[in-house]
Design a binder for this molecule. Sequence first.
Ligand code: HGY
Ligand code: MN
Ligand code: MN
Length: 373
Amino acid sequence: MQQAGLTVHVDAGGNLVGRLEGATPGAAPIMTGSHTDTVFDGGRYDGIIGVLAGIEIAHTLTEHGVQLQHPFEVVDFLSEEPSDFGVSCVGSRAMVGLLSPEMLAQKSPAGQTLSEAIESVGGRPKELGRAIRGPGSVHSFIELHIEQGPVLEREQIPIGAVTDLVGIRRYRVVITGQADHSGTTPMDYRKDALLGASILIQATNAKARALNTDTAYVVSTVGYLTVLPNSSNAVPASVEMMLEVRSNRNSVLESYGDELFAQIHAEIAAEGLTLDASSVSYGEPALFHPAVVELIGDAATERGYVSLRMPSGAGHDAAYLSKIAPSGMVFIPCLNGRSHCPEESIEPEQLKKGLQVTLDSVLKLDTIAGFAE
Ligand code: HGY
Ligand code: MN
Ligand code: MN
């Protein structure tokens, strides 16, 4: 960032922020960026290309002696992935004042709190009771990201102008049974916590499938699960898992967990098990500003690139920035739509087109003094 002429600081939320000053004194910054953390065994492009794109745009502006009217900021947001603490978009939630005390108290398996972890990377969690950037303090936000899905590649379209993001809700669920000898305990005597987990997983899979319509998008996943004592010859005593549900319908997110846990309560109890669920995070569906979406489409057209207006099934830092500033995202295709795995891949030419459209969008944003509400 410094080589690109950006002055750099770490904010109270642990975000790494690079800044080029603008020509208009006191103007709110145009911000871009994404995240450089990945899921375990993840890919090399999810998030990372959005931070590198911002740095490359800063290089390009300084190399060509272009000073924008607005300051230009590039942000590497802290911990966009759920990480050890179960909370995603840690830095972007902190930036807009949505990192709650409950989230800051979430613990890693090693027992460290999220608050302690933020402090260990240079953040100042005690200041997070209020937004680092309030409404109006950021002119606009734009994020370049891989689609992480198959649509652009299948349609052979180089640019996605993202219209909206699904909301994401995550629950920590603990199912408690009783450890017993796997050989001497007859089937009817068992309190098998993993059987309880399978009841929940089957139920949420069926529920999510049933809730999908041609306008409602609903997906549910249990991707994180730990079993204790995790021995081949012991009936599982307890299972801790993260249940995630995503939808473009906030009404689905509001009621999903309560409905699901009520639905399986009798079956769980019949196995002698208990189920405890706590809501870990709840990000509502986010809409991007129509003027920003249109501007991204125009930038693509002016480069001779076809673009597609499309929703995002993935969560992004832009979801939180959209609560304080007109925001948008530029998608590029990725190989077979794969992501969150080592097979995640893009072609340099795809990244180049995405970078050009993002740069042109920043230049267009710089001509807009302010957005109509
Ligand atoms: O989980 C997500 O949607 C994002 O890729 N972190
Ligand atoms: Mn991701
Ligand atoms: Mn990402």
